[in-house]
Design a protein around this ligand. Sequence first.
Ligand SMILES: Nc1nc2c(ncn2[C@@H]2O[C@H](COP(=O)(O)OP(=O)(O)O)[C@@H](O)[C@H]2O)c(=O)[nH]1
Ligand SMILES: [Mg+2]
Length: 406
Amino acid sequence: MNARLCCTYNPESIKNLQIEKTLRQSKSSSENTIQVLLLGSSESGKTTIFKQLRMYYGRYFSQSEKIFFSNIIVSNMHKVLKSLVKICEIHSLPLSWDFPPELLVALNSLQPVPSDQKSGPRDLFFSLQLSKQRRKEIGEVLTHLISSNSDSFQSVFSLTHQEAPCNLTRVTELNRAPPDPSKTPETAHKQICEDVCFHLPDNAEYFLSSCSRVFSEDFSPSLQDILNTRLSTTGVEKVTVREDNIELGIVDVGGQRGERKKWMRVFENEIDVVVYVASLAEFDQSDPEEKERSRILASIELFDEVINSYFSQLPVILLLNKKDVFKRKIEKKGFGKFFEIDNDDMSVQEAADYIRAMYVEKREGEGALYVYDMEAINTEVFGIVWKVVKGILFEKNLVKSGLLNN
Ligand SMILES: Nc1nc2c(ncn2[C@@H]2O[C@H](COP(=O)(O)OP(=O)(O)O)[C@@H](O)[C@H]2O)c(=O)[nH]1
Ligand SMILES: [Mg+2]
């Protein structure tokens, strides 16, 4: 089965094959290994956790990785500004395009990657080999755009739920009962896309307030900058660490919904524990891959598949991530109305528990389920949660080597 599926691993098939081989070898060569698979829908925070893990075990980022991330940050900032401009347009907030002539050329050169260029990370708008000069030009354009529109951009961040860049009635409807996508007429679909999906990336405020620093001559990304970057994962990444004579292999996968299912089959027999990462903060969004579906229900459905079919025998650790964004959203927008709950005074923890229950009730299989709230962006919180998770993983290793009963 693996050999057949490998054909689809393009463009990273060789690397992926090597990782699979390593997974199988480490599995057979030692009982003192635990293979952990990070799963979850896109943007839930898997790669952020993967980065934190690297650092936790002293695998710091090299100079060339820092250069790579500093370019991703430029791309992320560009994306943030595009979303901000779009939201301003939707809400008729004034926008100034009054650029000094010397900046106009640079502004006009900020073109997206042509849509027919399918290979490579799709959300990169700039070459990863940004020259100093190019970086400077982009910096001047983005800085000018931000400073001349700061009032409107600030208004976007402080929009209340009535004006928020999502259609409340529509999201509530999606959260209650997702319609059959095949029955959605094209026009309605278009309408939903326009209404529901303009949410700002989670790193918007962070990078917007870091603009002058990011474009300074001697910028080198800090750990916090790297954790805030967003680059959709293609293929598989694996890190292997050793602690207390136990080898932990942690695998981060990426890709679209269809791809994820293939990966799950590939890893079915190789993995000991699944860590499912779910974003608490997506309750007010539609699914970016299928705009006519609720994003949170799509994640719960994927979780259902993971724990009740592909990995039904395995222990699953559910990490409810992005508690910080969740808290901010609830304070601004409330929670109950998104699920037609009569009480719109729910505390942050009550709301988190409500989402937790939606996931937990999917549990049918025999394997254990552990659930923790998480803030992957926060190294201190990550450290606390990881210690608990590690305890579970190490206990599983004892079970595997026959020292404990399951
Ligand atoms: N504020 C905040 N942002 C987060 C958190 N976890 C992840 N992110 C951000 O969410 C975006 C998507 O995260 P990523 O790890 O790439 O998601 P993946 O697709 O599941 O790998 C990135 O910009 C991260 O910096 C969190 O707990 N809080
Ligand atoms: Mg990822």
